[in-house]
Design a protein around this ligand. Structure first.
Ligand code: PEP
Ligand code: MG
Length: 591
């Protein structure tokens, strides 16, 4: 039966595929194996299972030797249940099927089967049996742990397995094909999880939690695949392998679509492809308004390798390299050293082939934990806590390492250094002196480094209200509207339950943005917007009218924004923009 699940639209386009449910764990590898490797993968699971069975047998013997006084009876019963589950053919046969028919790697196949069986347990009437789900999870966890120690003989391929809409239509007819597109459905994904999926096989994704500008959504946008977040309990309504449609424009997932709905969305998908093709022709067109104003369209990137997509989209530079992604998905407490960071920045700079690159210093905390262990459940308001520059200033050795790496990389191109989340003059002064100190350290070591322009992000209202201080110390400012909106309106950007109040067009937000642009323009200092507003065509004319000439966004959004720029006449937009920011309800004036 067809039904729809509603959430928030975060990344445009239509994806049609089979659901891959990610039940909690995303740290297992997900990749496709070659047909010739099926037996080896099945053997890995079988060996893992046998090893766990042996382990349980050994434990049972120990318990028997201890006698009933020392080893409670329940422990023996529990081990019996685990053994029974391990020997259950449904588990083993199911895993084999995912490997043989879908060519999933062993871990992925195990997790998929676990999810399927868990749902069956959930539906059981008998409470005792229902509770055995936890045992099943423990058993799978043990097998996984064993398999971790036995590395897969196959490295995960990096090529994304995406199909053209026409190919997808074919596959709907013969959907047992190994080539079926897959859509990831999860309760939650951290930005680090998303990073893992950047080179992955998924054609789209849906999560229960998250807001439009949560970092998970931002990474999805950078992957340029349709995505919906904030479906609340959507993942519980979908079954493993269901056919689903993700409509990233409307923020809807359609489960088990009828043939008529499939045909309709197949058509929409092809229309989208045609539109992309049309926009692609603008790639080499200079971004100049109808009245001759040159507009700078820059790219936001997360990894050095994203530079290729930036160039491909016709970006004239990188306006925001979110360097924190270099620090994520590593072992706890392990941060990249100076040389590793230097090499990464150098790759990004060289990847941009002489175009300018703005590297933002690390911005972790709140919804961007370095690793799962850093997830901040201990503080009531992590978004107001030790985040971004506060984190850097609390650990000067780590910060200096990053500053030295950026300064060294600046030898290879035009580099700017951007500092997030500043609010206090004391933080500004500390930051500036640490940059000087990093230079002095390199001088002492006799290491060469390049010149950098120093910029600050305006993303806390306090910063937007004390621009004089910022402009005294910085060469340029970059407005982080994602956080500026969050902190002005007191709305957690990652919380879907207040997403309806997260309003970029609130007059307070618009006035802070307008003042920042006007003040920088008046003083001849560079200013850009690098939050999601910059890449949303709804706001392009307004920002142009407010005097903005530099926009930084995901590469996938550049051509659509360029199209708006080419149609704009900023002389005429300027008075209209002033009316908009003075209005009680600016959204009524934005067409
Ligand atoms: C912003 O806050 O607008 C921004 C660009 O930074 P981030 O989204 O990484 O917090
Ligand atoms: Mg920010």
């Amino acid at each position: 039966m067809t039904f729809s699940i509603h959430g928030l639209a975060v990344a445009r386009g239509i994806a049609i595929g089979r659901a891959v449910l990610m039940a909690g764990r995303v740290d297992v590898a997900h990749y496709f194996i070659d047909a010739g490797q099926v037996e080896a993968e099945i053997a890995r699971v079988r060996d893992g299972r046998n090893a766990v069975i042996d382990e349980i047998h050994r434990l049972q013997q120990t318990i028997t030797a201890m006698g009933p006084k020392e080893a409670p009876h329940e422990l023996g019963a529990l081990l019996d249940v685990h053994l029974m589950l391990l020997q259950d053919e449904d588990l083993v046969e199911g895993v084999k099927r995912w490997i043989t028919e879908r060519l999933y790697n062993a871990e992925w196949a195990l997790m998929t089967q676990l999810e399927l069986l868990s749902r069956q347990f959930d539906e059981m009437e008998d409470e005792y049996l229902r509770e055995r789900k936890a045992d099943l999870e423990q058993v799978a966890e043990r097998i996984l742990r064993y398999m971790k120690g036995v590395a897969s003989p196959i490295p995960p391929p990096s090529a994304a397995r995406r199909s053209s809409p026409a190919r997808q239509q074919d596959m709907l007819l013969t959907d047992d094909s190994v080539d079926v597109p897959l859509v990831l459905v999860a309760h939650d994904l951290s930005p680090a999880d998303m990073l893992q999926f950047k080179q992955s096989v998924f054609a789209g994704f849906v999560t229960d939690v998250g807001g439009k500008t949560s970092h998970t959504a931002i990474v999805a946008r950078s992957m340029d695949i349709p995505a919906v977040v904030g479906t609340r309990s959507g993942s519980q309504l979908v079954r493993q392998d269901d056919w689903v449609i993700i409509d990233g424009d409307a923020g809807v997932m359609i489960v088990d679509p009828s043939p008529i709905i499939l045909a309709e969305y197949g058509f929409k998908q092809r229309q989208g492809e045609l539109e992309r093709g049309r926009l692609a022709r603008l790639r080499h067109t200079p971004a100049v308004t109808m009245d001759g104003q040159k507009i700078e369209l820059l790219a936001n990137i997360e990894m050095p390798e994203d530079a290729a997509a930036a160039l491909n989209a016709g970006a004239v530079g990188v306006g925001l390299f979110r360097s924190e992604f270099l620090f994520m998905g590593r072992n706890k407490g392990d941060t990249p050293g100076e040389e590793e960071q230097y090499q990464a920045y150098k790759r990004a700079i060289e990847g941009m082939q002489g175009l300018p690159v703005t590297i933002r210093t690390i911005d972790v905390g709140a919804d961007k934990p370095l690793d799962a262990a850093m997830r901040d459940d201990t503080h009531l308001n992590p978004a107001l806590g030790l985040r971004a520059i506060r984190w850097s200033l609390a650990d000067p050795a780590m910060f200096l390492t990053q500053l030295r790496a950026i300064l060294r990389a600046a030898v290879h191109g035009k580099v700017s250094l951007l500092v997030p989340m500043l609010a206090h003059a004391s933080e500004i002064r500390q930051t500036v002196s640490l940059v000087d100190f990093a230079r002095a350290e390199l001088d002492n070591r006799g290491v060469t480094y390049g010149p950098v322009e120093l910029g600050a992000m305006i993303e806390i209202p306090a910063a937007a209200l004390t621009l004089k201080t910022f402009l005294k110390y910085f060469d340029f400012l970059s407005i982080g509207t994602n956080d500026l909106i969050q902190y002005t309106l007191a709305i957690d950007r990652a919380d879907e339950s207040v997403a309806h109040l997260y309003d970029p067009l609130h007059p307070a937000v618009l006035n802070l943005v307008a003042q920042t642009i006007a003040e920088c323009n008046a003083q001849g200092k560079g200013v850009s917007v690098c939050g999601e507003m910059a890449g949303d065509t709804t706001f392009t004319r307004l920002l142009l009218g407010l005097g903005l000439r530099s926009f930084s966004m995901h590469p996938a959004q550049i051509l659509a924004v360029k199209q708006e720029v080419l149609r704009a006449d900023v002389q005429r937009l300027a008075p209209w923009a002033q009316q908009v920011i003075a209005a009680e309800d600016p959204s009524a004036l934005i067409g």
